[in-house]
Design a protein around this ligand. Structure first.
Ligand code: PLP
Length: 484
């Protein structure tokens, strides 16, 4: 076995003849599988008793880090606490037992939840209509860009194949645009971290389908020139797309629809507190302004004049982008969160997230380099340690944080700074936790100066120590057989 792999594999606990089950005798008639499709050699399966299996997976789960185990200030990811009442509702048997092909008359309650969530999100985003079908933020981006493309195509305006994206954008923006068949045109940021309007102007012409913006952007800075930018893009015939993965600090304070955006997505798994990590499950609902509703993906959930809910398939729709209605259990969690928090709390959530981020930033800026000064929103970016004389990098700081029991912030993103360290505390952390984090970050800065090797060789206290990140990506070993 490759000795860089951590942990015991269940295969290694296997003992011939051990069993973790005892099934009753089979009362049914036996059929034999035809030789041409039957297996020629036995499968490689571990043989273990139930207790061994339970211990194995329980021990494995103890190596996980999550919001439920500790502080997780992963910038751009909004790792807020996920209240357990959300889980309770999502696992309620009445919802769990739903069949996606059940007739609308039999699932009025489920459709009502869906419809109400669409309405609440429309109100929060300042949009006319929402769909909950997309499975993730990136999937929402793709769906939103398909709406934009369909809008131009239905008008016979086929030249519009370019999409403008700021250099600070999340990597999913250009990726979604490429998947949608659009050509990405990059617009630069100014020294204050916002979109450079002078750089934008010459990029605008009749080939532009639209522009994607994130606000606050990935540097945690509020884009102040949106009205001017939206006017420029609209005047040249393009539409404005709002990447709402960072909506948290704006909740209940201002709305993308009022700023001039035509299409937007929201990450239910960030702003609306449904658990995420490791790639899912998530939901990236998209909203559109009045006039674009018909383009939304099918199926669409609507309310009839008599108050009943029905499923609508629109002929102008861009088609289906998910099986049935998307990740319904994620919607349920978000709906529970929305109702249990209540409208009045939203503005408080965003403000607290902003306060927490600024508190950390101000408390650490004498040790860590702050390239963009001034007030941030929900997150901010350091450019590594101020003292770079010992060559202690952002990666080293991130690894050392693990020794102290904190999840590392986002590192080396956004790409605007070489040593980017992006911190987002969210509103759900107590001052005690945040103070403990600040203290550790200061301690690491001190260690970097006095005992740099200690930081460079971190982590020392985790189940696996420093691994080769590049090799792990380039040579993933995902099956047991790969280690034989
Ligand atoms: C998280 C994020 C996305 C992508 O969302 P996923 O659900 O991970 O696909 C897009 N843009 C920004 C700014 C984000 O933070």
């Amino acid at each position: 076995m490759n000795n860089t792999f951590y942990g015991t594999l269940i295969f290694e606990l296997s003992k011939k003849g051990r069993k973790g089950y005892s099934l009753p005798a089979n009362e049914f008639k036996q059929y034999s599988i035809p030789a041409e499709i039957s297996r020629q050699s036995p499968t490689l399966l571990p043989e273990a008793d139930e207790q061994t299996v339970v211990r194995h997976y329980t021990n494995m789960s103890n190596n996980n880090f999550g919001v439920d185990t500790g502080f997780y200030p992963l910038g751009s990811c909004t790792m807020k606490y996920n209240p357990k009442i959300n889980e309770e509702n999502a696992s309620h048997p009445a919802f769990q037992g739903l069949h996606p092909l059940a007739p609308a008359c039999a699932v009025q309650g489920a459709l009502e939840v869906y419809y109400n969530t669409q309405k609440i999100l429309s109100e929060l985003g300042g949009m006319s209509e929402f769909t909950l079908n997309p499975f993730a933020g990136a999937h929402g981006e793709l769906t939103g860009l398909m709406v934009i493309r369909n809008y131009h195509m239905k008008r016979g305006d086929l030249k519009r194949t370019k999409i403008i994206i700021p250099d600070s954008a999340h990597g999913t923006n250009p990726a979604s645009a490429a998947v949608c068949g659009l050509e990405v045109v990059e617009v630069k940021s100014t020294a204050d971290g916002t979109v450079d309007v002078e750089d934008l102007k010459p990029l605008l012409n009749d080939e532009v389908a639209g522009m994607m913006m994130t606000n606050p952007n990935t540097l945690g800075i509020f884009e102040t020139k949106i009205p001017e930018i939206a006017k420029l893009v609209h005047d040249c015939g393009g539409l404005m797309y709002y990447d709402g993965a960072n909506l948290n600090p704006l909740l209940g304070v201002c709305r993308p629809g009022d700023m001039g955006f035509d299409v937007m997505h929201i990450n239910l798994h960030k702003t609306f507190s449904t658990p995420h990590g490791g790639g899912g499950p998530g939901a990236g609902p998209i909203g559109v302004r009045a006039g674009l509703e018909a383009y939304l993906p099918n199926p669409q959930v609507k309310k009839a004049d008599d108050g009943t809910f029905y499923v609508h398939y629109d002929k102008d729709s861009l088609g289906s982008i998910s099986g049935f209605f998307g990740n319904y259990a994620v919607v349920l969690r978000a709906y529970t969160f929305l109702l249990s928090a209540g409208k009045e709390q939203f503005a408080k959530m965003g403000s607290l997230a902003v306060l927490n981020a600024n508190y950390i930033k101000e408390s650490l800026k004498d040790c860590y380099e702050l390239p963009i000064q001034g007030l941030c929103k929900h997150e901010f970016v350091f450019n590594g340690l101020i003292d770079k004389s010992q060559h202690v990098t952002t990666l080293d700081v991130a690894k050392r944080l693990l020794d102290y029991g904190f999840h590392a912030p986002t590192i080396y993103f956004p790409l605007l700074f070489h040593e980017a360290l992006m911190i987002e505390p969210t509103e759900t952390e107590s001052k005690d936790t945040i103070d403990a984090f600040i203290e550790v970050m200061r301690k690491i800065a001190k260690e970097a100066a006095e005992d740099p090797e200690m930081v460079k060789s971190a982590p020392h206290c985790t189940p696996i120590t420093r691994c080769d990140d590049v090799k792990a990506v380039k040579e993933p070993k995902l099956t047991y057989k790969a280690y034989l």
